[in-house]
Design a protein around this ligand. Structure first.
Ligand SMILES: [Fe+2]
Length: 265
């Protein structure tokens, strides 16, 4: 599997605090069946002033430590990018990294407030040739009143990443509800761990994959942790990757409508 959202680099944000913890997380990832992992520290102006160059140096150093210990995990550069003015330009000039240098980037919306002009900002990135992958929509408090925004974004080609632990019910009732609803409505492109810690926020992807499979079937769950993330890493155009299915059966009330329609013919 591919885990394209993980705070595994030591001492660079609120994820792993030191090399020992990073190694512990890496071993957990491998044991869970992950072979490729994007290190995606926060880039959050005023709080986590990370840059592509600094993240690249961190990835090279951690990869060397993994290799010297024969831990079979391939690391990629990435970032969990907060929306900021001029983001498209910052990506273009190389200050903000995409996932592994591809057209896809992780975009982290604020947790508690719907940002003004959110859709416009996302579309601006797309107009620049990038494909934003919105991180953990199911955990945002403002999804409750703004779900239509996420549906519109999906319709326009924006990608959605659910947290594996949310799908497995580890973040509680509301994130589970939104995870299941988005899965049922075919609004989920990939799962990732967004791990921050080996025990409190562990890099376990398989539980989310299994929970998703019970909801949407094995094939689609496989797309969420293998086919589509591999497509991201290989920078394949979204049109060439498995399309989102509409998983759920039509709502019950429409059954009567169709029956009436068919009966009227
Ligand atoms: Fe994150």
């Amino acid at each position: 599997m591919f885990d394209l959202h993980c705070h595994m680099l030591p001492g660079i944000d609120d994820g792993s605090v030191d090399l020992e913890m990073s190694l512990e997380m890496a071993r957990l990832s491998v044991a869970d069946g992950v072979h490729t992992l994007a290190c995606t520290p926060h880039i959050y102006p005023g709080l986590y002033e990370n840059t592509a160059a600094g993240i690249r140096a961190g990835v090279d150093a951690l990869q060397a430590e993994l290799d010297s210990r024969d831990i079979p995990l391939r690391l990629l550069v990435g970032a969990d990018v907060h929306l900021e003015p001029g983001l498209t330009e910052s990506i273009r000039n190389g200050r903000v990294p995409t996932i592994g240098g591809t057209r896809y980037l992780l975009l982290e919306p604020p947790h508690h407030v719907a940002p003004p002009r959110f859709e416009e900002s996302v579309f601006e990135l797309m107009a620049g040739g990038y494909i934003p992958v919105i991180t953990h929509p199911e955990r945002l408090s403002w999804i409750e009143d703004h779900y239509a925004i996420f549906k519109r974004l999906v319709d326009r080609g924006v990608w959605m990443q659910l947290t594996a632990a949310s799908v497995a019910g580890k973040f509680g009732r509301r994130p589970l509800y939104w995870s299941e609803r988005m899965l049922d409505e075919g609004c989920v492109h990939i799962l990732a761990t967004d791990a921050h810690h080996p025990r409190r926020r562990p890099p376990i992807l398989s539980e989310g994959r299994d929970a998703a499979a019970r909801r949407v079937g094995e094939a689609e769950a496989h797309h969420m942790v293998v086919t589509r993330p591999q497509g991201i890493v290989e920078d394949i155009a979204p049109e060439a990757l498995p399309p989102l299915p509409w998983i759920s059966a039509p709502p019950k009330s429409s059954g009567g409508f169709w029956k009436r329609l068919i009966g009227a013919q």
